[in-house]
Design a protein around this ligand. Structure first.
Ligand code: HMG
Ligand code: MG
Length: 302
């Protein structure tokens, strides 16, 4: 059977907004995060402590997390941030943040393009980040990207993905998010990949699935993940993100679409769909374009 309950890990403020062409004021970002928390999302990834030249959309990371300070700490909720290196971790520690995520690649080319490092060099960069974060009592998630296909290298062998993911977990990360960065994966591939991780000794509870909906396969892929026992799914409110140069391209799986599927399957998630749709509709006003999510369009039009 399917899991009774899953965790939705919201990435809209980070993965979504890092890809939006529009410049969003920091006050609007803070309100977005607060609304997502209020809608019941248990983990809201807020921003990235990366080099501002690499991701100018998130150059206000310090200001945003300062604005959200009352949400951080024992009384607060999970507001993870991306940290690629020790410099990023230092910035997160200086603000008292408690949840960080490193992000590795399964392919050599994307490691170079995204991190300016080779495959082996990426682990060397992450190793002290994870060690120091854990010493400081932080929770560490690891992403592995290009798990289904890579725009430069084509299809990515399952063994290569499992090897990369295991190395990231072996560094000491608690959870591994398996990323279909370009949204080319299909359900059978999900089943095979999750099965290969489990066969390699990784407990299914430590896996999360991160789908981009470029080819419209994300919901079908979630179903394959559910059948394989995966209980954490990344999604972005309203399906934020996508390429600013291709209007029809979509971003992450929309959180509303995921919630609609889970409700239909009777899988618990704890998220208030109406509040989420209101949030995505409100944000669409700031982005200057409607949400690409079918569920948002259907419910907002009522
Ligand atoms: P680099 O140029 O090799 O950095 O970039 P460096 O280590 O050589 O340092 C150069 C300068 O940058 C130094 O300054 C550092 O202090 C500074 P200088 O001494 O010259 O004045 N610097 C920093 N400043 C602020 N914050 C930092 C930082 N690090 C160095 N953290 C680096 C290497 C990793 C920094 C760069 O490649 C980078 O920032 N990459 C981030 C790319 C990114 O954010 N991509 C999007 C997220 S991944 C994703 O979206 C996929 C995911 O969603 C899953 C999926 O879909 O598959 C997670
Ligand atoms: Mg992503």
């Amino acid at each position: 059977g399917l899991p009774e309950r899953v965790t939705i890990y919201e990435v809209g403020a980070r993965d979504g907004l890092q890809n939006e062409a529009a410049i969003i004021p920091v006050e609007v970002k803070a309100e977005l995060v607060r609304r997502l928390l209020a809608a019941g999302l248990p983990a809201v990834e807020a921003t990235s402590f990366v080099h501002p030249r690499w991701v100018p959309q998130l150059a206000d990371a310090e200001q945003l997390m300062t604005a959200l300070h009352d949400q951080i700490g024992d009384a607060g909720r999970d507001l993870p941030v991306l940290v690629p290196n020790e410099r990023g971790l230092d910035r997160a520690l200086a603000l008292g943040l408690r949840h960080v995520a490193i992000f590795g690649s399964a392919t050599e080319t994307f490691a170079q393009k995204n991190l300016n490092r080779g495959l082996d060099e990426q682990y060397a960069m992450f190793e002290p980040v994870v060690a120091r974060a854990r010493d400081a009592g932080l929770d560490v998630r690891a992403y592995v990207s290009m798990c289904f296909g890579d725009p430069w290298e084509g299809p990515v062998p399952i063994d290569q993905v499992v090897a990369a993911g295991r190395r990231l977990l072996d560094l000491g990360a608690g959870q591994l998010s398996i990323g279909d960065t370009i949204g080319v994966g299909t359900a059978g591939h999900v089943t095979a990949l999750v099965g290969a991780f489990v066969e390699a000794g990784v407990p299914v509870e430590r896996l999360a699935l991160h789908f981009h909906d470029t080819y419209g396969q994300a919901l079908s892929n979630v179903q394959a993940g559910l059948r394989a026992g995966v209980t954490t799914y990344d999604a972005s409110a309203g399906g934020l993100g996508g390429c600013p140069y291709a209007k029809s391209a979509t971003g992450n799986l929309a959180t509303e679409d995921l919630v609609w599927l889970l409700d239909g399957l009777g899988v618990e998630h704890g998220v208030d769909l109406a509040a989420l749709v209101q949030t995505s509709t409100w944000l669409a006003g700031h982005l200057g374009r409607p949400s690409p999510s079918a569920v948002v369009r259907a419910l907002a039009g009522q």
